[in-house]
Design a protein around this ligand. Structure first.
Ligand code: SF4
Length: 360
């Protein structure tokens, strides 16, 4: 398979205070599960998502009550807000008027040309983009008839059909997603799209399942796509608290070096040489560094035999020894600390490194 690097070659699209596309960065999105008209619950959930590292949030807009809540939600949050609309152009207009930073609507599904024009003109006036969301499960009839069943070519054709409607109206602030629940289909669709679509791609494996199974499935699919250099923004879809989606997204991006504001934990699988209660320490340190907004690598290792050397890339780490811990940096031991305070000492070192990053 050929190597594609799509991210840096796409158009750059502004979403609120962020730029999506045209650079080697992948923006983390999630979607609220609350009723959008319940402003308090929605804002609270967005707050928890932001704390977990969510950079853009989407809310469903199924009715007028939801559309009416947009201005108030906007007032109370400080990340870009995407409003998800199906078909109804009046809801789209209301959402744009209410301050949406991006809307997700498929122009081919809006209906009459005047309605499409009204939405496009409103988006243009406010300078906000439109995301076209192609879903393998809801392809247009004519495409299904042509291909017989959902295929990657059919999905790309659907995306190009919606894109053309916007381009014909001289609208180019477009983001495109091609979601499928079938991992192989999603990979193929994104690969094909990256070859022909000059707009940023929003990645997702839809209906991927519960926390554990969905995480594995999303990581498999999105990992394959990210490894090709495709994707400027992503959402992990899980049947779980959306905070989990953000945590998985961050972790996935970290594995590709695509999260510039997150610390990574390296921990050993343990074996018969273990000298400390590694699993609980690893969990404690992971929880601690989840709040750190710097690309620091922190290691926690069960013993010092292979330990520090095994985690040479770590900026700071601790390896268990009998009754003590060995603090090390880049494979070199810097000092010994008693076992009962070694985790606290490690946390202090992590804080120091995070401070250094802030100053840089
Ligand atoms: Fe085993 Fe030590 Fe390696 Fe952990 S660091 S897997 S305890 S040898």
């Amino acid at each position: 398979m050929s190597q594609i690097t799509h991210r840096k070659e796409t158009r750059q699209v502004r979403v609120g205070n962020l730029t999506i596309g045209g650079k080697d960065e992948v923006v983390i999105q999630s979607m609220t599960t609350t009723k959008t008209h319940d402003v308090e619950a929605t804002v609270n959930e967005i707050g928890r998502l932001v704390e977990a590292g969510c950079q853009v949030v989407r809310v469903a807009c199924p009715d007028e009550r939801a559309a009416n809540a947009i201005p108030e939600i906007k007032k109370q949050i400080n990340i870009p807000l995407v409003v998800d609309i199906h078909f109804d152009y009046r809801l789209a207009l209301k959402a744009i008027e209410g301050g949406a930073d991006k809307i997700r609507i498929n122009p081919g599904n809006i209906g009459k040309r005047e309605k499409v024009e009204a939405v496009v003109n409103a988006a243009k006036e406010k300078g906000i983009p439109i995301r076209i969301g192609v879903n393998a499960g809801s392809l247009e009839k004519h495409i299904l008839q042509k291909y017989g069943y959902p295929t990657a070519d059919g999905m790309v054709e659907s995306a190009l059909h919606h894109i053309k409607i916007l381009e014909d109206l001289d609208f180019h602030d477009i983001i495109v997603s091609l979601k499928a629940s079938d991992v192989k289909l999603a990979i193929e669709a994104y690969e094909k799209a990256a070859e022909v679509i000059p707009y940023p791609l929003h990645l997702g494996i839809t209906e991927s399942g519960t926390l554990f199974a969905g995480t594995v499935k999303s990581a498999a699919g999105l990992g394959a796509i990210l490894s090709k250099g495709i994707g400027s923004t992503l959402r992990i879809s899980l049947s779980a608290d959306p905070v989990e989606e953000v945590k998985v997204a961050r972790e996935l991006l970290k594995t590709f070096g695509l999260a510039s504001n997150a610390a990574t934990l390296i921990s050993c699988p343990t074996c018969g040489r273990i000298e400390i209660d590694l699993i609980s320490i690893a969990n404690e340190v992971e929880e601690y560094i989840s709040k750190i907004k710097a690309p620091i690598k922190v290691a926690v290792l069960g013993c010092a035999v292979n330990g520090p050397g095994e985690a040479r890339e770590a900026d700071i780490g601790i390896a268990g020894a009998r009754g003590e811990g060995l603090l090390f940096r880049h494979g070199e031991i810097i000092r010994k600390v008693p076992e009962d305070i070694m985790v606290e000492e490690l946390k202090k070192e992590v804080d120091k490194l995070a401070e250094e990053y802030k100053k840089e």
